[in-house]
Design a protein around this ligand. Structure first.
Ligand code: TYM
Length: 324
């Protein structure tokens, strides 16, 4: 049996990068694989010191985004990290299998430290992430490319634990879709599309209207040529739009390139914008029809399933390492 685990921080509004790089794949996996955990990792969000009301609101809206994107609840458990205390418990145990130097080398630690300071929550963030994954003994972790380093560290931690106590944790592998594993900002195609981007026009949010989406694509940065060709180094803006279109239409990059031979940039941007709107708006409509009450009910029911899996791992682990 393959166990799949992945997580998303409830910081701000879900965006196109989250959808194409992660959630869309979760939804596909949930149609095929039978044992999946998708977690709203609110304890991770604490590291960026969110306001209480914003955190509560984003936790519910992120949960709705997962439900709205069609994750199959018969095969998948969606739950909120802070409601399952075993995440933090395991994190403490695993911290003895991780070097401080490894944590200091993490790119995300260095990037986030610029905005939030070098507090130890940001430093030990990847140990909590390893605990999320290992708590359910996950084999596969579907994430975008920005999580590669964290996944490698998780494997190192698991390997060291296993060397000390015997083969206990599987070594999880990172899985990604074939395209859009790193969606870039529409305005600054050298930077990743993100919730915290300074230029809001570079990010497509799940609650953007069709007009807004088209406007953002219209103002997307391309280059001074007029050739629709996939070339990340020399044409990052155009390549990003090609990736987005390919991911949404579930087709390879070269097919998208062929479709747009001799098409002008203006028309290309509009077509990509239209396809993004056609993809996102039904998800948002579904989300809007889900009440907070419904989310809380589903979260509670799912928590019981996640708890069972977590308690099994922790009980085996306690036995293994001598905790009475
Ligand atoms: P987070 O909340 O930043 O992002 C959630 C998922 O979205 C992907 N993603 C992107 N993919 C493509 N292009 C982008 N521009 C883009 N931006 C975000 C991320 O790769 C991720 O898959 N540390 C994690 C959360 C986490 C986690 C875990 C993930 C905590 N514990 C255990 C997997 C397993 C994070 O901050 O993701």
């Amino acid at each position: 049996m393959t166990t799949v685990f992945s997580g998303i921080q409830p910081t701000g509004t879900v965006h196109l990068g989250n959808l194409l790089g992660a959630i869309n794949n979760w939804s596909k996996i949930s149609q095929e694989n039978n044992n999946n955990f998708f977690c709203i990792v609110d304890l991770h969000s604490i590291t960026t010191l969110p306001k209480k009301n914003e955190l509560q609101k984003s936790t519910l809206s992120t949960f709705k985004a997962l439900l709205g994107s069609g994750i199959n609840l018969n095969s998948s458990t969606i739950y909120i990290q802070s409601q399952l205390k075993e995440h933090a418990y395991l994190s403490w145990i695993l911290s003895s299998f991780c070097q401080v130097g490894e944590l200091q080398r993490m790119t995300q630690f260095k990037e986030k430290a610029v905005s939030f300071g070098t507090h130890s929550g940001l430093l030990t963030y990847p140990i909590l992430m390893a605990s999320d994954i290992l708590l359910h003994k996950a084999n596969e972790v579907p994430v975008g490319d920005d999580q590669t380093q964290h996944l490698e560290l998780t494997r190192n931690i698991a390997e060291r634990f296993n060397q000390t106590y015997g083969d206990f944790f599987p070594l999880p592998i990172k899985t990604t879709g074939s395209t859009a594993t790193r969606v870039m900002s529409l305005r600054h195609p050298g930077n990743k599309m993100s919730k915290s981007s300074e230029d809001l026009n570079g990010t497509i949010y799940i609650d953007d209207s069709k007009d807004m989406i088209l406007k953002k694509f219209k103002s997307s940065v391309t280059d001074s040529e007029n050739e629709i060709k996939y070339d990340i180094r020399n044409k990052p803006g155009v390549s990003n739009l090609i990736e987005i279109f390919s991911a949404i239409n579930n087709q390879p990059i070269d097919k998208t390139e062929k479709m747009f031979v001799n098409v002008r940039y203006g028309e290309f941007k509009e077509t990509v914008g239209e396809s993004v709107a056609t993809y996102i708006i039904p998800i948002f409509e579904k989300i809007s029809s889900i009440s907070d009450q419904e989310v809380k009910k589903i979260a509670n029911e799912n928590l019981a399933l996640a708890k069972k899996s977590a308690e099994t791992t922790i009980s085996e682990l306690k036995n293994l390492i001598g905790l009475i």
